[in-house]
Design a protein around this ligand. Sequence first.
Ligand SMILES: [Zn+2]
Length: 95
Amino acid sequence: MNLAELTPAQIDAMPAINACPFCGSSDVHVLNNGTPYYMLGAWEMWVTCYGCRARGPLATHQGIPQGTSRETIMALKPAMERAAIELWNRGVATK
Ligand SMILES: [Zn+2]
């Protein structure tokens, strides 16, 4: 998913997270790979089910150069979360 194609209105309209397609749990959460990785230029988010550890496809942002300010990075967070949720909601999670 190319995050640059999302408009601010699309980013604001955060979708609800579907229940897990494997176990039906609604104990599902958006996780990300954290500071050390996104400072190297790739930031990944995905949805994981805490009931059965199923994991949705990765939403990846590759275009973050080293030295980007924390404010700039945090401004990308809603788009990343939206992308991860939309991928999860396609029901193609893996275990
Ligand atoms: Zn599950």
